[in-house]
Design a protein around this ligand. Sequence first.
Ligand SMILES: *Cc1c(COP(=O)(O)O)cnc(C)c1O
Length: 345
Amino acid sequence: MSTGRLTIDLDAVVANWRALDDMTQCKTAAVVKANGYGLGAANVAKALFRAGARNFFVAVAEEAIPLREALGDKPDISVFSGHMKGDTDLIRDLRLTPMLNSLDQVTTHFEALPGHPFGIQLDTGMNRLGMEAQEWAAVAELVLGQNPTLVMSHLACADEPDHPMNPHQLENFRKMTDGIHSPRSLAATGGILLGPDYHFDLTRPGIGLYGGHPFTNANPVVELDLPVIQVRDVAEGEVVGYGNTWQAARPSRVATISGGYADGIFRILSDKVTLFHGNQPCKLVGRVSMDLLTVDITDLADTPEKLTLIGQQQSIDDLANVGKTIGYEVLTQLGARYHKRTYGK
Ligand SMILES: *Cc1c(COP(=O)(O)O)cnc(C)c1O
């Protein structure tokens, strides 16, 4: 097998969900959009369902197809993008709960599927999804009369605990929802960590389940090992890879390993990132190619069969920092070519 091996620890996902659940007095959902942040939505959701999760969120209705099949009828599957034209059949047949984002969506939903469960998404300042205060004021009474399953909003800066946007959005959310009888939700992973004022009736963690920042105490969930295809000696002064960006300053041994930007190993990591053989760091040299990386293994005592890019030595957030991005993007860009090994219950 010459593709990288992505190992996904579902016990760690479950432990992370439990730890986040233990931080609140309310219900804890699980966000499994983008195929469970790249790790396999069906497997993740099944493990969390067994652990007690009963509310799942996806970004778009289509993402619910494998999920409903894996989970059966019991759990609630909600859709952040709400009820778009063309979604009606899926929402009805899979019994999805759309989080309605606008007057338009409220009208679409009430006309197409009268009596079908729905939630409401409010905009409290992020200006991305949801009804604004004025719009909400005009329809709140009518909508609340239909008993939404959830009234929710989303925080823009929850990963920065001291950001003034957090209390600002909290205040807006309270103004728009205090006194209603429907369950409320404001917090994703970052919001959970902001404390009980932000918890309301349901939290919606995503990245924390998968071991990412800002849940710094999370159990790591993924390991990515890339097999060595070939090893060569490179004389002092010789160059390696596209564009000759790296030149050997000493007699070197260079391993060519399977994995490249087509596998979500960003090209910006060229000449920057470190891989690991056990505890021993080995620097990537030269450019990241589409399918291959070249790594300086001169200082290793033996020739490795594989090198580790994500694991104990380097978290998804460490890798994200080197690539000037965030753990979310590292996870969701993990390639389709990897051999995925999922273990745990
Ligand atoms: C993605 C998303 C979440 C989960 O956010 P994390 O930061 O991954 O915990 C929750 N709510 C909404 C509306 C989202 O889009």
